[in-house]
Design a binder for this molecule. Structure first.
Ligand SMILES: [Ca+2]
Ligand SMILES: [Ca+2]
Ligand SMILES: [Ca+2]
Ligand SMILES: [Ca+2]
Length: 176
């Protein structure tokens, strides 16, 4: 059947406690039905970064919310004083430690990568500080554990054009 081209979404729920610019993700973070597993039978969380005062590149706060019984429920929020979250960047979620359950990966305002557990608690922060825009998780080498893949800022920052490493990256992109 050919769609008629109309689209009339209706707002069912609205989190109105702050400003968000990135794309929220929907993911399972906890065992709502108490069956010992975190899977599609639980209630998904919506996770996003909030910014304040128009400063969408620094001092972000990560929020996890759910819709439970027709009500919007705040599950947790996470804010860090060091290696603060860049609220304008995208986030990723999946199992990155091989232990059942999902972890979250965010970008920091100083271009590092930060991982959090499903409760919003800090796990690790990368030593790498060369860029982070949209983290992706994938098992690149087939060993059953996901790698965290980061796109650096080489392709975006003008000043990076003078950086030999970035020039090498661009060269490889042209070749492939
Ligand atoms: Ca469950
Ligand atoms: Ca849940
Ligand atoms: Ca895990
Ligand atoms: Ca792997």
């Amino acid at each position: 059947m050919i769609p008629d081209g109309t689209f009339n979404p209706a707002v069912k729920y609205h989190w109105n406690k702050g400003t968000v610019m990135m794309a929220p993700i929907v993911i399972q973070l906890d065992d709502d039905n108490c069956d010992g597993k975190v899977d599609e039978r639980d209630i998904p969380e919506i996770v996003f970064s909030q910014f304040i005062g128009g400063q969408y590149n620094n001092n972000g706060t990560l929020h996890a919310i759910s819709i439970v019984g027709g009500e919007l429920v705040e599950k947790w929020s996470a804010h860090f004083d060091v290696d603060r979250i860049n609220p304008g960047r995208e986030i990723a979620c999946g199992d990155i430690d091989g232990v059942a359950g999902n972890e979250l990966v965010v970008c920091t305002e100083n271009n590092k990568v930060r991982a959090l557990n499903a409760k919003g608690e800090a796990l690790w922060t990368s030593a790498w500080a060369g860029g982070c825009i949209q983290p992706t998780l994938a098992d690149l080498d087939g060993d059953g554990l996901a790698e965290v893949v980061i796109e650096g800022w080489c392709s975006m920052a003008r000043r990076a054009r003078r950086n030999p490493r970035c020039q090498a990256l661009r060269t490889r992109r042209r070749l492939t």
